[in-house]
Design a protein around this ligand. Sequence first.
Ligand code: B12
Length: 215
Amino acid sequence: MESAEVKIRRAILEGNAEQAVALAKQALDSGLKPLEALEPFVAAIRHAGDLFEEGDFFLPELLMASGAMKAALGVIFPATEGGEDRPVHGTVLAGTVQGDIHEIGKNLVCALLTAHGFKVVDLGGDVPSDKFLEQAVIQKADLLALSALLTTTMIQQKSLIDRLQKSELRDRVKVMVGGAPVNAAWAKSIGADGYAPDAARAVDEAFRLMGKSRA
Ligand code: B12
């Protein structure tokens, strides 16, 4: 019999959203925690990226795969609106930087932050710096979470921090950066306050930056 991992990999690579949803439900029904259930899906979408890089996969196929991935993600982390009586640890303004439409990882970060009691305002993908700056004021953001998946768009994280620095907002707002090509050295070099390599650690980092410990 085929393992769940093999089935999940095939569903994602074939861009079969229906099957991906069914497999995500099965994984949760089998008693796996959301993060455990998610693992094979993340491995599968990364595999799709490798195939794309090697020229064995084309953009429409990558799009189909990411559609299936998003559908599975919706099952594993249904949008959890914070209940009224939940403590709010801070307001996070999240988005993928300008020129970059990759949203899956950022969505995951948002889902986990919400699940852990942060108020998250998600601006989506391809977000211009102006919008981040404007919304940081409107939403009274405590923390900006900036995602970049392309080596060519990482620089937008820097330019946003530079602009923040020039405004009076910098004292009030912390900045956390992430995304596959981003690392701690990059985060430090651009003056970010925090960095995390994955969504679970992004939650730890958010607590640290808010000066709070995980509930
Ligand atoms: C899915 C995907 C797409 C989808 C995106 C769908 C969507 N709406 O999200 C589509 C098909 C649209 C796409 C398009 C493109 N893609 Co693409 N894509 C990918 C792929 C396969 C997976 C990304 C993903 O979702 N990973 C799974 C998630 C869970 O992981 P993650 O994003 O890394 O996020 C985790 C961490 O990084 C971290 N994190 C993420 N954000 C943040 C933010 C903060 C604040 C923190 C703390 C942490 C954090 O936590 C997350 C969860 O653990 C990657 C391959 C790869 N290995 O990453 C290529 C990849 C990123 N894409 C690539 C390319 C080149 C493109 C295109 C330019 C292709 C083209 N020729 O048009 C376009 C870009 C269009 C644009 N302007 O943005 C390259 C980038 C190369 C580079 N070095 O820059 C990659 C690496 C593929 C490759 N190997 O060549 N892509």
